[in-house]
Write a protein that binds this ligand. Structure first.
Ligand SMILES: [Zn+2]
Length: 479
């Protein structure tokens, strides 16, 4: 099934934006969007035919040129590398509508957002482009007057061509997914004498008082599983960061595998990559337990606590931060992440903003919600090929049994949440449904009533509170 190209770009504002020569039909100005830099005065406004950028009294559509103009003239609308900051949060926005709510949530906290973050999988399923996503980040930071800096992450990239593409567009973070190079342990022993000499019989101290040691069997297993992946990572690093002199933050993701990363394997990976000159800003291990989309952590919390303590200390020893993927809604482990990383971590969320958008449809447009839900049910098998979830369709209520008033309550049920979470692609590939949903979100966003931004701000705010992120006016407590 191919994405209908007609709906590819700029739906976040209107299905089609007509050229506006005069600004006399402005319905309202976005209140925080007026900026001046000495050369130009600009603001964003809604007109009867769509949202526009008004520069020196001339209205123009929100297109690629307008975004480039803003990034040049108002540099706070361009992404910057942010992973060096203590608490950073990836806030993926599959619809291109979520940034105002994300910004409202985070602007009062001592945390920095990665507002532009999309994986290859999401890009294919939503039919958007790297450029579209970056431009939305620019327009939304300008519109909301958010000047504290944000990152742009090409998430879960597996191919050199994609990395080259996002870097050339100005993305400031690359998440390299080397899962295709992670092998199964075949039980063989390929430990060279060099590698043996580096690890066997040695103990490596961590700042939390623990020691890491690897015996021959552990070392052989680490080489078998990660050996090829390490070569791949080093090749990519050399290609773009050494030869290409890239300045983007580099995240290594080894989380999308079935086998958890043991602390000993984490140490081996970190140590071998450091030896090859690779400088990671963050690393995302595959933690023990399950990090399923849209639901809380499933697993042994005591074991997670023990391991996150060790993983965090290994990351500190090698000078990078831990990154926690599929991080939305993992409320029961948030305090542990923040405690053991000492407040220095990266947490990624993505689909939760889509769920909040659909919860709003369930509340405000029940008939449309019923259509979307029925489509999701019909196409759930296709969606399941993209995401691993424990979803049991027998536990998703039949909508025929629910009144309109009950519909938002679906978003408090794990199975219904997972159903809607994974079916964004099949919904957005249906042009009629896509257009109706975007129309609904666009129309509900008025000058003094922004239900989506409010809902998302409250939802992400709960994440920040559970993580214990300090508010901007709070002092860090003395340890
Ligand atoms: Zn991941």
């Amino acid at each position: 099934m191919s994405v209908n190209k007609k709906y590819r770009a700029r739906e976040y504002l209107k299905e089609s934006i007509t050229m506006i020569r005069e600004s006399n039909d402005i319905l309202f100005r976005y209140p925080s969007s007026e900026h001046t830099n000495g050369r130009h005065t600009a603001y964003m406004a809604r007109t009867s035919s769509g949202d526009v950028l008004v520069v020196d009294d001339v209205a123009q559509p929100l297109d690629r040129q307008a975004a480039q103009f803003l990034r040049t003239e108002f540099p706070f609308t361009a992404p910057v590398p942010v992973l060096g900051r203590d608490c950073t949060i990836g806030l993926g926005d599959r619809l291109g509508l979520a940034a105002p709510g994300h910004i409202a949530a985070i602007r009062n906290y001592q945390a920095t957002p990665v507002l532009v973050q999309q994986s290859m999988r999401e890009l294919n399923l939503t039919g958007r482009t790297w450029q579209d996503i970056l431009d939305v980040g620019t327009f939304m930071t300008f519109r909301e007057g958010y000047t504290d800096g944000f990152g742009a992450d090409g998430d879960h990239l597996k191919q050199a061509t994609d990395i080259g593409r996002v870097l050339s567009l100005g993305y400031t973070m690359v998440t390299l997914d080397c899962s295709e190079h992670i092998a199964c342990d075949d039980g063989g022993d390929r430990v060279s004498s060099d590698v043996a000499g580096r690890y066997l019989g040695r103990a490596f101290g961590l700042d939390n008082g623990q020691n890491i040691t690897l015996d021959r069997a552990q070392l052989a297993r680490a080489v078998n599983i990660y050996g090829k992946a390490l070569d791949f990572v080093a090749d990519i690093w050399r290609m773009f960061w050494v030869n290409g002199a890239a300045t983007a933050d580099f995240e290594l993701s080894i989380d999308e595998t079935t086998q958890p990363t043991t602390p000993e394997q984490h140490f081996f990976i970190a140590s071998e990559l450091a030896l090859r000159g690779v400088r990671m800003a963050t690393l995302a291990p595959r933690f023990c337990g399950e990090f399923q989309k849209a639901v809380d952590y499933v697993g042994d919390i005591a074991q997670f606590e023990h391991e996150v303590d060790t993983h965090a200390a290994i990351a500190r020893r090698f000078g990078y931060k831990l990154s926690v993927h599929s991080g939305s809604d993992k409320f029961c482990i948030f305090p542990l992440v923040s405690r053991y990383t000492r407040g220095r971590y990266h947490l990624k969320t993505a689909g939760t903003s889509w769920l909040e958008a659909m919860r709003l449809i369930a509340r405000l447009q029940p008939q449309l919600y019923r259509q979307a839900h029925a489509w999701a049910v019909k196409h759930v098998q296709e969606a399941r090929t993209y995401y691993y979830v424990s979803l049991d369709m027998a536990r998703v209520p039949d909508l025929a049994d629910l009144s309109d008033r009950d519909l938002p309550g679906l978003f408090d049920l794990d199975d219904a949440r997972q159903l809607i979470h994974i079916t964004y692609g099949v919904m957005l590939k249906n042009p009629t449904l896509r257009q109706a949903l975007y129309r609904a979100w666009y129309d509900m966003d008025a000058q003094d009533n922004r239900p989506y931004a409010d809902a998302l701000s409250a939802h992400i705010g709960r994440h920040l509170e559970a993580l214990g992120v300090l508010r901007k006016d709070e002092e860090k407590a003395l340890k």
